[in-house]
Design a protein around this ligand. Structure first.
Ligand code: LLP
Length: 431
């Protein structure tokens, strides 16, 4: 199977971390998001260990919490001793409510409002990742107002095209994020940051995109960033303390996807940075990385109950489930691949080709097309794998569909980290 925590029991049911999918459904209902805590912890440790071994002392990962944000996740990250990247006041608020240490928060976002910036400084976040001149000026002014000096990192666009999906490609010069090195705008931003007295410039950040299998674009970006660090040293005598390389390492959604050795990739980047720094005559910076998907995606599974089955002879078969784009919009948005399994009938022959559809009034509301499953019946269970990242965090209430709960599979058994929304929740904001 795609992951080690999945197996098949004597009843022909899928098990996740040893739990029978159909028993979990009997207890928690469907649609159901399951999150295997052990998988998340293992990934955190893989990153932390490899980064400590490969980069300058003091280097560590920041979990990019846009991938999956809820109080339980921030508590888990606090226990694992890593940092967190938040990309909005809402994520920051959640992290704070979970008691996550504010000095280990890195505050992202290409368009933070003045209120976001003030909230971040008041919370005492460790660092702002500043995206533009505008933002830099507001951070400086607000820090002065609040009688403090805010640590910042500047987001740069290194001009790398990692050839991932257009909508999740962020490192190119024409990106809406950061300041481009090639156009000279990055250097201008450095000049400004060095002039301001209520910000302390720690260093530079880049994030080239997401779901990138090849390690070469990360290596290329790291080298370009070290070149920039060397230039800033020679132009301004500026000593970069921190280099944040963003996130973006891929995960396996389907059997055909290559297996990724995250530790090996990190060690490779470590060697390149060391060599490049030595060559350029600059001190090695502390390195940060911001994995989101590769920390939580594989830990997540969604379970659905099959509803109506529609066979259109000579055309297509539809199997509709009790969720869809409201809990997983990724096929609708990006045409993303997913592995779908008949969770309560794992030994049957896969001889029924179908499209797994959601329940929204929208033809594009599909989970996956051309899926091979056994003959399906109303009430059967389907499991969709690798839904830990960018599923719950991108879920919506379109058609006023309540969002499923997040049930964590922890050391002491399954527990509800975020409860299921009710129909009453659908009107709770209506005045
Ligand atoms: N750092 C920054 C600045 C980012 O913008 C992102 C993701 C990450 C880190 C984490 O990247 P990861 O390791 O998760 O690839 N909704 C899309 C993904 C959007 C990614 C946005 N930024 C999807 O479902 O594929």
């Amino acid at each position: 199977m795609l992951y080690e925590n999945l197996a098949l029991n004597e009843r022909g049911h899928l098990t996740i971390a040893g739990y029978d999918a159909s028993k979990l459904v009997a207890q928690f209902g469907t649609p159901l998001f399951l999150v295997d805590e052990a998988v998340i912890r293992r990934q955190c440790r893989t990153y932390l260990t490899a980064m400590q071994e490969s980069f300058r002392q003091g280097s560590f990962p920041l979990y990019a919490s846009k991938a999956l944000s809820c109080k339980a996740i921030y508590r888990l990250m606090a226990e694992e001793g890593i940092g967190v990247d938040v990309s909005s006041a809402g994520e920051l608020y959640t992290a704070r409510a979970a008691g996550f240490p504010m000095e280990r928060i890195y505050f992202h976002g290409n368009n933070k409002t003045d209120a976001d910036i003030r909230f971040g400084i008041e919370c005492g976040v460790g660092c702002f990742i500043c995206d533009s001149e505008d933002e830099l000026l507001v951070v400086d002014r607000q820090a002065q107002d609040l009688g403090t000096c805010q640590k910042i990192i500047l987001r740069l666009t290194p001009g790398i095209d990692p050839h991932t999906h257009e909508k999740i490609n962020t490192g190119r010069i024409d990106s809406k994020f950061g300041a481009a090195i090639e156009t000279g705008q990055a250097e201008k931003l450095v000049q400004l940051a060095l002039r301001l007295s209520h910000v302390e410039l720690l260093g530079f950040h880049c994030h080239i995109g997401s779901q990138i299998f090849d390690h070469k674009p990360f290596c290329d970006a790291a080298i370009l960033m070290v070149d920039f660090i060397a230039e800033m040293s020679s132009h301004y005598g500026y000593k970069t303390k921190v280099l944040d390389l963003g996130g973006g390492m891929a995960v396996r959604y389907a059997e055909g996807d290559p297996v990724i050795d995250y530790g090996k990739n990190i060690r490779h980047i470590g060697i390149l940075i060391r060599e490049a720094c030595a060559k350029a005559g600059v001190e090695e910076p502390i390195v940060l990385m911001e994995p989101g998907r590769s920390i939580v995606a594989a830990a997540g599974i969604t379970l659905y109950t099959v509803g109506s089955i529609k066979k259109i002879p000579g055309f297509k078969n539809y199997v509709s489930v009790d969720g869809g784009m409201t809990d997983n919009p990724r096929y609708t948005l990006y045409g993303s691949a997913y592995t779908v399994l008949a969770a309560d009938n794992m030994n049957a022959n896969l001889d029924f080709c179908c499209t797994v559809a959601g329940r929204c009034c929208e033809s594009g509301d599909l989970i996956q097309e051309n899926v091979l499953l056994p003959e399906m019946h109303r009430g059967d269970l389907l499991a969709v794998l690798t839904t830990g990242a960018y599923n719950y965090s991108m879920a919506s209430n379109y058609n006023r569909v309540p969002r499923p709960p997040l049930v964590f599979l922890g050391e002491n058994g399954p527990w509800t980290a975020v409860r299921r929304e009710t129909l009453d929740d659908m009107i709770k904001l209506d005045l």
